[in-house]
Design a protein around this ligand. Structure first.
Ligand code: PHE
Length: 349
């Protein structure tokens, strides 16, 4: 059964590339979610990604208490294709056209492979875009806020495990040094943590050196002898296999769709490893963008809303413990409650 409200797919007029927009739910409000510009062996894999990522956005907004729905856009690039600037513009204009055709049911933002400059291009043809550069009236790069929100989630977990929200002296393994991962790594070092890091791009070793971190290969790092593993790259790092290899006490990171299959959350729980759902730990970026651009709250309030992820995680860990559930079950239940309440409110006369 398709549980998405609508999925639109076009071959871009200019780029001839598959542009996919998935609107999972608008029960809480118009959908929002990033535009992923990424390589896929087959465009059908891009479609699968869009379906899963948009559903996760619905949960992300529901748990964050924001009145937005879940959506995601994917432009599936063939393996190995490097976009030159003029081609990139074509791709973005194609994506903007599809987004505009949805008439506000979906607004886009940055995601893996896109940033504020790309949002500026999209903003030339549709107002339904977040995170344009500040000088163009947008809220700018969302990645520092995503990083800040993940730090808040890590503080809640640290308090639970070690009785202190400070990460000083903790050993963490950060998987992925993209905009969010590298920003988060810097915050962690500033807090006094010791880092092991990796990225699929070996060029990121310079970032590792600059952080004074230990570099490991993406394969090795899963089994690193650390306190907390922080997935900050692409999804599906947590499989049955990798969950058995982990030596940490918690997994908390901003990457979307960390679980290869939902049952991995249970396996982690059985191993006494706390997994904070990705849609909770990675919500800082959207919380900031939506709070400032849609709700027009000031910078301090937006920051406070992002920091409130710490209380959200606290609450979820309490609820989970109290009811003998996993944090994933507790978060799923909270999201469903909020979606049900919204559905009831609109269906009552
Ligand atoms: N990539 C962001 C996420 O997955 C999406 C986003 C950020 C959307 C900012 C809108 C604004 O949460």
């Amino acid at each position: 059964m398709l549980d998405h409200e609508q999925v639109v797919m076009h071959t871009g007029r200019r780029s001839r590339l598959p542009v996919i927009v998935a609107v999972h739910s608008t029960a809480l409000g118009p959908a929002a979610g990033g535009l992923r510009l990424w390589h896929y062996a087959d465009w059908r894999d891009g479609l699968t990604d869009a379906l899963r990522l948009s559903a996760a956005m619905t949960s992300k907004f529901a748990v964050a208490g924001l009145s937005s729905g879940g959506g995601k856009a994917v432009v599936a690039l063939p393996e190995g294709l490097e976009l030159r600037p003029d081609r990139r513009r074509d791709v973005l204009r194609d994506a903007a056209e599809v987004i505009a055709s949805l008439g506000g049911a979906y607004a886009t933002g940055p995601d893996v492979g896109t940033g504020p400059a790309d949002m500026a291009v999209i903003g030339e043809s549709t107002p339904h875009v977040f995170c344009r550069p500040k000088d163009l009236g947008g809220s700018g790069d969302s990645s520092p806020h995503t990083a800040q929100g993940t730090l808040a989630a890590l503080r809640a977990v640290s308090r639970r495990l070690y009785g202190t929200s400070s990460l000083a002296g903790r050993r963490l393994a950060v998987i992925g040094l993209g905009r969010v991962g590298a920003g988060l790594a810097r915050l962690l070092v500033a807090d006094g943590a010791t880092l092991t890091v990796t990225d699929i791009d070996p060029g990121k070793r310079t970032v590792s050196d600059e952080l004074g971190a230990v570099w490991q290969s993406p394969e090795e790092i899963i089994a690193a002898d650390v306190d907390i593993v922080v997935p900050a790259a692409l999804g599906s790092v947590l499989t049955r296999q990798t969950s058995a290899e982990l030596r940490c006490r918690a997994v908390v990171g901003p990457a979307n769709n960390q679980l290869a299959t939902p049952d991995v959350a249970d396996l982690l729980h059985q191993r006494d490893i706390i997994w904070v759902p990705d849609f909770v730990a990675g919500a800082g970026g959207v919380i900031h963008a939506i709070s400032t651009e849609l709700h027009h709250v000031g910078a301090d309030d937006a920051r406070a809303r992002v920091d409130a992820i710490e209380e959200t995680v606290d609450h979820l860990l309490d609820t989970a413990q109290h009811h003998g559930r996993t944090p994933a079950q507790a978060a799923g239940e909270l999201a469903r409650q909020r979606l049900r309440a919204a559905a009831d409110a609109t269906s009552s006369p």
